[in-house]
Ligand binder design. Structure first.
Ligand code: SF4
Length: 351
């Protein structure tokens, strides 16, 4: 029997019971513009009886994506403004993104790089472009960390990943290699001994940043895949996007962060959604986001607290946007506790 394959076309989505036949024309228009793929693990997790299923909302195309609002932009976090050579984004002095591949095992409907990923996206770096990217990293001695992102770098074969890691191992000043991925959740069976050996082949300290947005994504298979990575000595951190109708309530966010910690994945970033085209139905206001994140304080362990951040549109980097427990007035600070109580903190006594 053939292994189940990802769902990629509107016709396959109808056959799988994920869209209604009468919506075919509109969904075809969405699929012409933005890539579609739902892995077997994620398709199997969707509750067909729930019209607001949070897994379906992340992966099943929706006619709302055909609406682009004036503030949305094709390159919302400004990768292109900081790309000195193809495949490299050098936004902060001590680290670079290396975007070797623009393919993913699933295509998230809110993706911040949706204009770059997928079959019509930027593809895979050519050998010549890869040479130029490595020459850039080798020449810039301030680069301490290389972050493989894309696309999803874990769709590369262990052989291709090993080649990339061997080249990084020769660059003395790079100490940390980080992989941004959804694979342990959406295709957990890929995390096998060969892939893990490839992730470690640079000999550098390896981090895997896992992207997941709802606690149901942390299935038994996903948790087992993460355990294989952590047991192999790879440090795992999380990345989530705060998404309307998916995780924008305190119970879901708390359960998600606890699921990460139980899986030995340290909560790291909770992203405010970016201004990617056709994604306004996922965005909540910054005020709503800050209230949700403030509600996590006191409710769940300090181990479970993510940092709520905004990628400043235009490529100006990340800014922490909450919660803000401190206010200053006339030289005095007022600090809020997790119940909303306010307390003053005295100014520093000179002399
Ligand atoms: S896995 Fe990441 S890069 Fe790929 S579609 Fe989802 S958000 Fe975009």
């Amino acid at each position: 029997m053939n292994a189940p394959r990802p769902l990629r076309t509107p016709a396959e989505l109808i056959e799988a019971g994920l869209i209604a036949p009468e919506d075919l024309r509109e969904i075809e228009r969405v699929a012409e513009r933005y890539a579609v793929a739902i892995s077997p693990a994620m398709a199997g997790l969707i509750d067909r009886g729930d019209p607001n299923d949070p897994i379906a909302r992340q992966f099943v195309p929706d006619a709302a994506e055909l609406t682009t609002t004036p503030e949305e932009r094709g390159d919302p976090i400004g990768d292109l403004a900081h790309s000195p050579v193809e495949g490299i984004v050098h936004r902060y002095p001590d680290r670079v993104l290396l975007k070797a591949v623009h393919v993913c095992p699933v295509y998230c409907r809110f993706c911040f790089r949706r204009e770059m990923v997928g079959p019509q996206g930027l593809g895979t770096l050519s050998p010549e472009a890869m040479d130029r990217a490595f020459a850039y990293i080798a020449e810039h001695k301030e680069i301490w960390e290389v972050i493989l992102t894309g696309g999803d770098p874990l769709v590369l074969s262990p052989r291709r990943l090993t080649e990339i890691m061997r080249r990084l191992s020769a660059i003395e000043h790079v100490k940390i290699v980080r992989f941004h991925t959804r694979v342990p959740v959406v295709e957990p069976e890929r995390i096998d001994a060969a892939l893990i050996a490839a992730l470690k082949a640079s000999g550098k300290t390896a981090y895997v940043a896992l992207h997941a947005n709802h606690p149901r994504e942390l299935t038994a298979d996903a948790r087992a895949a993460c355990a294989r990575l952590v047991d192999a000595g790879i440090v795992m951190i999380s990345q989530s996007v705060l998404l309307k109708g998916i995780n924008d309530d305190p119970d879901t966010l708390a359960a998600l962060m606890r699921a990460f910690v139980e899986t030995r994945v340290k909560p790291y970033y909770l992203h405010h959604p970016d201004l990617a085209p056709g994604t306004s139905h996922f965005r909540l206001s910054i005020e709503e986001g800050r209230a949700l994140v403030a509600g996590l304080r006191g409710r769940i362990s300090g181990l479970c607290q993510p940092t709520y951040i905004l990628d400043i549109p235009g490529g100006h980097g990340k800014a922490v946007i909450g919660p803000d427990a401190l206010r200053e007035h006339a030289g005095c600070h007022t600090v809020s506790d997790f119940r909303g109580g306010e307390h003053s903190y005295p100014p520093r006594h000179e002399g």
